[in-house]
Design a protein around this ligand. Structure first.
Ligand code: SF4
Length: 700
């Protein structure tokens, strides 16, 4: 039998690179970048290039439903029917006894849009609770709120093609050289061809991205809002404001200007650890830019003041009029492959389908009518960390976890572990036994993985891709939509008579009609035959929309963008003190993905960073008698970690860094970074404060 080729999309980060999979007669696959794909033009990063190892190695896969009748019994293999009968019986009895809000679903930005849509409909429409949240809460929720407050809706305005049209980039709280490598490669290539292109990076660490920048502002963690205000002040004072844009297309400028002009540069310089000369230089570079793009990720979003950081940054684009024109605009970098698709279908505790508002009674009724149910609860659902707190306190009794590993990825792992132990019933629907959370399952459901099911995803630039099924899943694993449909039928819910992913997608598209994300004229046929589309796609012949707001009309009631003022200019994290004098910040390493259940299986991806290390500045190491390679113990209010020290001047004094990937299972409990992290969240976005935990460090 001949090899066959399948065009699909990488399952890792939000860049959304096109991949060509070659499948042999034994179901073995190999991979190369798709030369014709508009995102990556044939390029793939180390993770994407090695994706076939993950597909070909099924040694860790969950092959059959497994269930235990009580917490002290082992899991045993059961049939799908028995597994889902039990799930339906337990969920029904808990809801009957304790009410709908006693159960919840915790899902993932790696879910396909159809899965997201279906589970959101199941939970909000039929289980009658809004307790459905996703690990995108840990990733993009501060950016979502920032966009809504500024533009009136969660709307990334620009496209990757704007990168090649810009001359100035401000990358802040992101390390795209490692975390969004192909997008960064496009920026690098653009700069190589156009040496006058300027890149400014704001980061407490001299990452690979910062090392290659024209200007690196090595900021003290948490002081971003103050720095953006100081830069804005110089932009105003130096006459770089786009007055036409501000006058005609924005609201609240005068209040913003008053606040900005009251900023003391000397104070800002001290609080941020950035010289006034560098603040001046940054303002000049931005002020003289013809095309100015801001790029940001978790360094801004994962903060107790994440929304304030986002709006303060967005204000700089408004101030200089760099929105809605080629080569200009704010651009949040999505961490996960389909966090954007999840937002489109409203798969979070605070959202409704098709970007409709949960808090709006008319929107709730529209969606309820569309789904054929009486009502949707007005009570906001529990968000990621709130859900596990509710399990720990006993308010929530059962949780269904799909395609995510909260035991490693949520802050304060010990709290999450307690929550999973206390829960009456834990369903884990996943592909791998390597997910630490799976150990706490009362019901373990084997899901199909990437290439083993079909569906769609939306990348960081609103680009929707169709992912075909290429191979069969191993054992009895099923596509997530199939599992959810079978469960819904066991619960006797109407509205789940779908036979294909395509039918689910068609229902989602129909619900977007006449919204700002209208894709009511998009369908599988167009995606298969014409390729990817950027939403909105509001009619049959429409080619998609690379750039939003070209008419300078925003989605606010006045159609003007809004300058938002922060609730406070200072960070609200727990500050370092005598007991915990260092600021711990966390992040990714180049070749690993999330909690390593996939990339951790690939030997060649383990060579770049084989074990986690604590980055510490040489001065701090000297003061604490720490040598390079020493085992150090890191302590916080919540727990401890023991790892090797890596002494490097790439990190600021009094700041230390740990990668977030390693869990308990791979070596021992003391590698798990989230043993340490604090449980503060942004009050609006509810995104955790991963980038700022006060810790102590000592030689072990
Ligand atoms: Fe995959 Fe992201 Fe790498 Fe592209 S940049 S190959 S989407 S991990």
């Amino acid at each position: 039998m001949q090899n066959t080729e399948i065009k699909t999309t990488c399952s890792y980060c939000g860049v959304g690179c096109g991949i060509i999979v070659t499948k042999d007669s034994q179901n073995g696959v190999s991979i190369r970048g798709d030369q014709d794909h508009p995102v990556n033009r044939g390029m793939l990063c180390s993770k994407g290039r090695n994706l076939h190892y993950v597909v070909n190695d099924t040694s860790d896969r969950i092959l059959h439903p497994e269930m235990r009748w009580s917490k002290n019994q082992p899991l045993e293999q059961v049939s799908w029917d028995d597994a889902l009968d039990r799930a339906a019986a337990v969920f029904s009895s808990i809801i009957k006894k304790y009410g709908p809000d006693s159960v919840g679903f915790y899902i993932s930005g790696q879910c396909l849009t159809e899965e997201y849509y279906l589970v959101n409909k199941l939970v909000k429409g039929f289980l009658k609770t809004n307790n459905i949240d996703t690990n995108s809460r840990l990733c993009m929720s501060s950016a979502v709120v920032g966009y809504k407050k500024t533009f009136g809706e969660d709307s990334v305005p620009i496209a990757y093609e704007d990168i090649e049209l810009a001359d100035t980039f401000l990358i802040t709280g992101a390390n795209p050289a490692w975390c969004h490598p192909i997008l960064y490669r496009r920026l690098e290539q653009h700069k190589e061809k156009n040496p006058k292109v300027k890149v400014i990076v704001i980061d407490p660490r001299r990452t690979d991205t910062a090392a290659a920048a024209d200007l690196h502002l090595q900021i003290i963690p948490g002081s971003d809002v103050i720095l953006y205000h100081a830069i804005a002040k110089k932009i105003i004072e130096k006459g770089y404001v786009d007055h036409d844009f501000v006058r005609n297309n924005t609201e609240n400028f005068n209040a913003y200007k008053d606040l900005i002009l009251s900023t003391s540069l000397e104070k800002a310089s001290k609080l941020c650890g950035i010289s006034i000369a560098d603040i001046n230089l940054t303002a000049d570079l931005i002020g003289k830019a013809k095309g100015f793009i801001t790029l940001w990720a978790m360094g801004l979003n994962q903060s107790v003041v994440g929304v304030d950081k986002n709006t303060a940054l967005l204000n700089i684009s408004l101030l200089t009029g760099h929105v809605g024109k080629p080569g200009s605009g704010p651009f949040s970098l999505t961490g996960q492959p389909n966090a954007m698709g999840g937002r489109e279908v409203g798969g979070m505790a605070s959202l409704l389908a098709a970007h409709k508002e949960l808090a709006n009674p008319e929107h709730r009724q529209e969606v309820a009518d569309f789904w054929g149910v009486d009502t949707i609860s007005e009570k906001p659902g529990l968000t990621a960390t709130e859900m596990f707190e509710a399990l720990e306190s006993g308010k929530m009794k059962a949780v269904w976890i799909i395609c995510t590993n909260p035991l490693v990825s949520l802050p304060d792992s010990r709290k999450v572990e307690n929550a999973l132990k206390k829960a009456k019933f834990v369903v884990v629907q996943d592909i791998s036994h390597n997910a630490d959370t799976a150990k706490f399952a009362d019901l373990l459901l084997p899901a199909a993985g990437w290439l083993e099911k079909e569906g769609t995803m939306t990348n960081s630039e609103r680009r929707i891709s169709y992912l075909p099924k290429g191979i069969n899943p191993p054992g009895e694993a099923l596509p997530d939509i199939e599992i959810l449909i079978r469960f819904a039928k066991k619960m006797n819910f109407n509205g789940f008579n779908f036979n294909t992913a395509e039918e689910i997608y068609a229902e989602h598209c129909a619900l977007t009609k006449n919204t700002n994300i209208d894709i009511s004229f998009l369908n599988y046929s167009r995606l298969k035959n014409e390729g990817t589309f950027q939403w909105p796609v509001p009619d049959y012949g429409h080619p998609g929309t690379p750039r939003l707001f070209t008419d300078k009309k925003f989605y606010t009631p006045s159609q003007k963008a809004i300058f938002n003022l922060p609730s406070s200019i200072e960070n609200k994290s727990v500050q370092p003190n005598d007991k915990f004098p260092f600021i711990l910040t966390t992040g990714r390493v180049r070749d690993q993905w999330h909690t390593m259940t996939k990339t951790g299986k690939v030997a060649r991806l383990m060579t770049h960073t084989p074990t986690p290390t604590l980055e510490i500045n040489p001065i701090d190491a000297f003061k604490n008698n720490i040598q390079d390679g020493d085992i150090v113990e890191v302590n916080s209010e919540n727990g401890n970690v023991r790892v090797k020290a890596k002494i490097t001047d790439a990190i600021r004094e009094k700041v230390v860094f740990l990668p977030m990937h390693w869990g308990k299972k791979l070596e021992n409990d003391l590698n798990r970074t989230n043993n340490l992290t604090n449980t503060l969240i942004d009050p609006i976005s509810k995104e955790p404060d991963f980038k700022f935990t006060s810790v102590s460090v000592k030689k072990y």
